[in-house]
Structures are given as structure tokens and as C-alpha cells.
Design a protein around this ligand. Structure first.
Ligand code: ZN
Length: 341
């Protein structure tokens, strides 16, 4: 990887398809996927949940090697400290201040310390694997803004590689996202009976607006951002994967992408640290649009989500009527938006 650890951060609101996209990108040569590093501290270090490879985090050879390289062993990381910093600095409500460019010295110190744990993980994963591109599918917009500040700080120690941060902003139709958040999804990696968080359509619509606007904002803060629609990825995964790989600095023009078939992908086990249970899925997985929301989300709630998310739905090209099955602007793949500062 040379002197730079290059990271592609998958951003967007949860249930937008980032886990599937991460798994597909993880099949590319030179790519190492890390899962949702944002949850590593609580779910893996503290709770010892299962890695994507199926073993407990503490028993996974990959993460053990990364912890040794990054910190001299995970036991040397003060999880309480990381979680306290996370609660203090990684807040959605801080995003306007972070994007505004003015930040108090004390806050910047805490932010830099917090993001430093992530940068240490990235650098260590790059050294351990030799990967040319790391993928963090943490999604959280506030974390992306923290990382943006941290990578812009002067290197603290000589010989520490800079981190090249790029963001893939994944958007999915807010009505599909809202429907997904109403469903009950089990979390098999946790002990006992555990399910993922559920939100009402109104709540997920507001979150959808806030998080997507935050990623629109970060592209104006000097971070390279490629925006893609999940529906376009499913319609033409080869094109989107090649474009994203190119955005991440990988040249795959001669790669046949043999793991991607017509309407399916063949997935091998990975070491995604935390995230959607889909990270445990291996073998042949269908790639097809999930339009269940069109029938399953009650019309009143569809209208509500559309009203709340109207401006951004329009901006991202979701301009068809929610009750129209074949609105041309919804069905036609669009080129991935690419915002460069
Ligand atoms: Zn593992």
C-alpha cells in the first residue's frame, strides 16, 4: 500500500444497502473490508460479539493481528474512554459546526483523539493485509465529519502514514428505507434474543434527510465524495463496482469481476467487525431490487415520507409517483453522482 492508507467510507442512513455493497466490494482484489468500525468498540471489544468470519472477535486471527499492530493488543485500548469520546464528539447535531470550519481547541483535541483510534485501525489493517483500499461501512455522517477533521491534522509522529479518506455516499429511496426500518430484524451475533432498532416512517424520514444532507455537506469540506443510488447498483452492479473501484484508486478495467453474475454475487466469508447480519451471508446471493415497500408501506405513510423527504428525493432523482410502478425516472439507472471539492 506504500505510504498512504486509503479508506473508502460507506456513508448513508442504515438500511440503504451499504452492507451488501461492502460485501460485493470485498470480493475485489486489493480490498480489505472492516465492517462498521463505529460499533467495534462496544460490540466487539466490550461484548465480544461475532466477527463476519463467525468466530468471536477475541478469537479472530485477523482482528487480533490488527489490534497488535495498532495498539500493541486490544487490551491496551480503554473502551470506556473511546465510548465517552464517541458520546461527546460524534453527534449529528455537531455537524454544522464541524462543517463550518470553526472548532474550539478543546473540542478539536477530543475529536482528534477519538478519530485517532479509527486511523490507527486503518493503518494497522493496511499494514497487516497489504490491501490497497480499506472499506469502513460505518455509515454515520457525524463520524465521517470527525474523520475529515482528523485526516487534515498534521501527522503527530514521523513515519506515521497519512490516511487518504474518500466517501461513497449511498442513497436509497426514502420510502424503501422507511419500510425497512419498520421490520423486525434479528441480530444473531448477540447473546440471547436481540433485534435491530426499529423506527416509525416519520422518524426514519427525518433521519434520512439529516444524514443524506450531512454527506452532501462533507463533499464541500474537501473530502472526495462519490454518490450512488442503491437501486442503480442493483440494476447494473458491474458498472457501479468498476466506478467505485476507480474512485477508490483501483484499476479494474481488465478484471472480469467473475464473482458478479447476472443478478447474483458469490460471496466468501469476511471479517466485517459489526453491522447488519447480512455480513454473515456467504455463497450465492441474489442482486435484485426490493420494492416490497410499494405494496407493504401504507399509502398514508408513503405520502408522509415523500412529503418530508421531497426536496432530497428530487435531488437524487427519485421523482416518480410513489404509487406508479414504472415511473421512468425511477427505473432508469443514473450515473453515480460525483461531487468533488
Ligand atoms: Zn474474523
Amino acid at each position: 500500500m506504500g505510504k498512504v492508507a486509503r479508506v473508502l467510507f460507506l456513508g448513508g442512513l442504515g438500511r440503504s444497502g451499504t452492507t451488501l455493497l461492502e460485501r460485493v466490494l470485498g470480493e475485489l482484489p486489493g480490498v480489505c473490508t472492516l465492517g462498521e468500525v463505529v460499533h467495534l468498540w462496544q460490540r466487539d471489544l466490550r461484548d465480544d460479539e461475532r466477527c463476519g468470519c463467525g468466530t468471536r472477535f477475541s478469537g479472530c486471527a485477523f482482528w487480533t493481528a490488527v489490534g497488535e499492530e495498532a495498539f500493541g493488543g486490544w487490551h491496551r485500548v480503554d473502551v470506556d474512554r473511546v465510548l465517552a469520546l464517541q458520546a461527546a464528539v460524534e453527534r449529528t447535531r455537531h455537524i454544522p459546526r464541524l462543517a463550518g470550519g470553526l472548532i474550539a481547541a478543546g473540542r478539536l483535541a477530543r475529536l482528534t483523539e477519538y478519530a485517532g483510534y479509527y486511523l490507527a485501525v486503518y493503518r494497522a489493517a493496511a499494514r497487516v493485509t497489504g490491501a490497497r483500499l480499506l472499506i469502513d461501512s460505518s455509515k454515520h455522517s457525524a463520524l465521517a465529519h470527525c474523520l475529515r477533521w482528523a485526516v487534515a491534522q498534521p501527522a503527530g509522529q514521523p513515519g506515521v502514514e497519512p490516511v487518504d479518506l474518500r466517501v461513497a455516499h449511498v442513497v436509497r429511496d426514502a420510502r424503501g428505507v422507511a419500510y425497512s426500518w419498520t421490520k423486525t430484524v434479528a441480530r444473531p451475533e448477540a447473546e440471547g434474543v436481540a433485534v435491530m432498532t426499529r423506527y416509525s416512517p416519520a422518524r426514519s424520514a427525518l433521519l434520512w434527510n439529516a444524514h443524506n444532507a450531512a454527506f452532501d455537506l462533507i463533499s464541500r469540506c474537501g473530502v472526495p465524495v462519490a454518490r450512488l443510488r442503491y437501486e442503480d447498483f442493483l440494476a447494473d452492479p458491474r458498472r457501479v463496482v468498476r466506478e467505485l473501484a476507480g474512485f477508490g484508486g483501483l484499476d479494474l478495467s481488465d478484471d472480469p469481476l467473475a464473482f458478479l453474475g447476472d443478478g447474483h454475487v458469490d460471496l466468501r466469508p469476511g471479517h466485517s467487525a459489526a453491522g447488519n447480519p447480512m455480513r454473515f451471508t456467504t455463497g450465492r446471493v441474489p442482486l435484485r431490487r426490493d420494492d416490497a415497500w410499494r405494496a407493504a408501506l401504507p399509502p398514508r405513510q408513503r405520502r408522509l415520507v415523500r412529503a418530508l423527504c421531497g426536496p432530497l428525493l428530487h435531488r437524487y432523482g427519485y421523482t416518480g409517483s410513489p404509487s406508479t410502478r414504472a415511473a421512468p425516472t425511477e427505473e432508469r439507472p443514473l450515473p453515480a453522482g460525483r461531487d468533488r471539492p
